[in-house]
Design a protein around this ligand. Structure first.
Ligand code: SAM
Length: 284
């Protein structure tokens, strides 16, 4: 019998996603987290941090397009964009597709993630060489606190709320992001699975809604993330994401379309119900 190597992410204490592995390409303990790069048969290369799948080559496009194009297509002229986390470069790759973007600042706490992205995921980190992109190795919480009325869009492409990412889910960070945005700025953060993280989604939605005049939740289907259904929470000072004003929306997407932009805000009843007390903006 042939020996088989499998990787299992324990998505909950009672559920695992298992992938057959061709090869372990890299393993390291960084100053912040444990990092592995695996070559899986089903999903291709996979980045794992602290035992949690961050991306795979096969399905990363869904998450990176949806965390980037929803805010950028909503804003009529996103010139200055900040990404917190996102050291794999996938969000930046989508952001630089907009000709009106003049500057993208990527603030990643762990330099080793950037190194691994360049080495093992060149198709995802391809925009690191774009002259509009500046990479800063720093804590996104402190970096955001240092800004005032600077950014058009802030995207929080973070790990789950453990370790250095805990503060990225707290009210002080959202208040700092509000101050860091221009008067018509847009904020978006990845906010986990409505099946497994209902309490987190409810709490984060309430916090963002307390800080921003408008708050919205939208969804996308990401096969390798826990439960396969992923949420994003958007806070807006002015623009309504259901009536996107963006120009030059890229056509070279694989998940995002103008129709999907709108439909991703139409929530299943159980998700709508979990935000019910928070007075969801999109009741249709
Ligand atoms: N798409 C992914 C997901 O939802 O699983 C997130 C991917 S990206 C690799 C997440 C990055 O956030 C990690 O590289 C991690 O080092 C970074 N990160 C965590 N906390 C941070 C902080 N406080 N400031 C900046 N980056 C942070």
């Amino acid at each position: 019998m042939q020996t088989e190597l499998w990787y299992t992410e324990k998505q909950t204490p009672n559920l695992g996603l298992s992938c057959k592995v061709k090869e372990t390409l890299y393993f390291a303990k960084t100053d912040y987290q444990e990092m592995a790069v695996l070559d899986t048969i089903q999903f291709g290369r996979m980045l794992v941090l602290d035992g949690m799948v961050q991306l795979t080559v096969a399905d990363e496009f869904v998450y990176h397009e949806m965390i980037s194009h929803i805010p950028l297509a909503t804003h009529p002229c996103p010139r200055n964009v900040l990404v917190v986390g996102g050291g794999d470069g996938g969000a930046v790759r989508e952001i630089v597709k907009y000709p009106q973007v003049e500057k993208v600042t990527l603030v990643e706490i762990d330099a080793k993630v950037i190194e691994a992205a360049r080495r093992f995921f060149p198709e995802i980190s391809s925009a690191f060489s774009d002259p509009r992109v500046e990479i800063k190795i720093a804590d996104g919480i402190e970096y955001v606190r240092s800004l005032e009325s600077t950014c058009d869009v802030i995207i929080v492409d973070s790990t789950e709320p453990v370790g250095p990412a805990v503060g990225l889910f707290g009210s002080p960070f959202y208040e700092g992001a509000f101050r860091a945005l221009k008067p018509d700025g847009i904020f978006v953060a990845q906010t986990e699975s409505p099946f497994f993280n209902a309490d987190l989604i409810r709490t984060v939605f309430r916090r963002i809604k307390t800080v921003f005049p408008q708050a919205y939740l939208y969804l996308a289907s990401v096969p390798t993330y826990p439960s396969g259904l992923w949420s994003f929470t958007l806070g807006s000072k002015k623009y309504n994401p259901l009536e996107p004003e963006g120009k030059n929306i890229p056509q070279d997407t694989r998940y995002y379309t103008a129709g999907l932009h709108r439909s991703s805000f139409t929530l299943p009843r159980f998700v709508r119900d979990l935000l019910a007390d928070e007075h969801c903006e999109h009741e249709s």
